[in-house]
Design a protein around this ligand. Structure first.
Ligand SMILES: [Zn+2]
Length: 315
């Protein structure tokens, strides 16, 4: 499900599976990304390197702009899958409605974004008419080495919405921590492993741990290429090679997660959206071969982000 409507999975092509074009959060003051022209410039540059699709993982409350996502996709031809769901506590002020909302209300807002259209203003004024763009993926977020009570309610809502709609849950792990515990929590809440993806586990580049998670059927999106403060790209290439050796090629995807102005070339930052295909992927091709890379970039996202058949209990 893209912001311009349903797309046959086979047409998704080379996909950046974790991206941000529009974002605003109290956790990153003075770091707002709400500028259409800059988003267009960045996506055009990425498209020149061969990016054909991106999963824009900005969740409810962080300045989503379904209208601008549609504009970017229309102008560039790049397919955009948008997100619903919620982030970790750090991205919401203490008085934000997500902390007080019931699991039922949290679930209902996710399901509406997925099935009717995304709320244009992150559900701050529920009376506003919905955008025509539907979300295609559910985000959830955990804190460092824990899931707080407020986060746990949002996890339960994500799980229930996934069960009701067949949409995938992608979880922000803080610095790649708490992965197995998050998997257990969500599987216990009714998410099927095939519909669960953990993000940022490459911050904790432990192929034995990742192998254990993937053995359960869960997939991973490695999303820190080009972020030298978290380690060199050579280390990420070797992590992927080790995961392929362990037999988990089909559980891997790639993204850049450019969620700060400092990472986006159109805002004067680096490495920018072009980094994935212009710099990182050629190194990876050399290490694991074209066929394996194409599965990570094309085949796995196409399969992973397809909407699974809806649970039988839903009319
Ligand atoms: Zn992100």
């Amino acid at each position: 499900m893209t912001v311009l409507g349903p797309l046959p999975a086979a047409r998704l092509a080379a996909t950046d599976a974790h991206e941000h074009l529009f974002l605003r959060t109290p956790a990153q003051p003075d770091d707002d990304m709400q500028d259409l022209e800059r988003a267009l410039a960045e996506v055009r540059e990425g498209a020149e390197t061969g990016i054909r699709a991106m999963v824009e993982l900005t969740p409810i409350g962080l300045g989503r702009r379904p209208d601008l996502l549609r504009a970017v996709s229309q102008a560039t031809g790049v397919h955009v899958v948008a997100a619903t769901g919620y982030h970790r506590d750090a991205h919401y002020p203490a008085d934000h409605w997500v902390h007080a909302a019931s699991v039922e209300m949290l679930t209902e807002r996710i399901v509406t974004d997925l099935t009717h259209g995304m709320h244009p203003a992150d559900w701050d004024d529920p009376a506003l008419p919905l955008d025509t763009a539907r979300a295609g993926v559910i985000k959830a977020g955990a804190s460092y080495e824990k899931v707080t009570d407020s986060e746990r309610r949002r996890f339960l809502a994500a799980a229930e919405a996934s069960r009701l709609t067949g949409a995938r849950v992608v979880v922000h792990t803080e610095a790649g921590t708490y992965g197995p515990e998050i998997v257990r929590l969500l599987l216990d809440a009714g998410v099927t492993p095939e519909r669960l993806t953990l993000a940022h586990m490459d911050r904790n580049p432990d192929s034995a741990l990742h192998g254990e998670i993937c053995s359960a059927g869960v997939s991973l999106v490695y999303d820190t290429p080009g972020r030298l403060k978290y380690g060199p790209d050579g280390e990420r290439v070797e992590l992927i090679a080790a995961m392929v050796e362990r037999g988990h090629l089909d559980h891997l995807m790639l993204g850049l997660d450019l969620g700060r102005r400092a990472y986006v070339r159109a805002y004067g930052g680096s490495p920018g959206l072009r980094h994935l295909l212009a710099n990182f992927v050629p190194r990876l091709r050399e290490r694991i071969g074209d066929e394996a890379v194409d599965r990570i970039l094309v085949g796995n996202p196409a399969r992973t982000f397809s909407l699974a058949p809806v649970a039988e209990s839903v009319a």
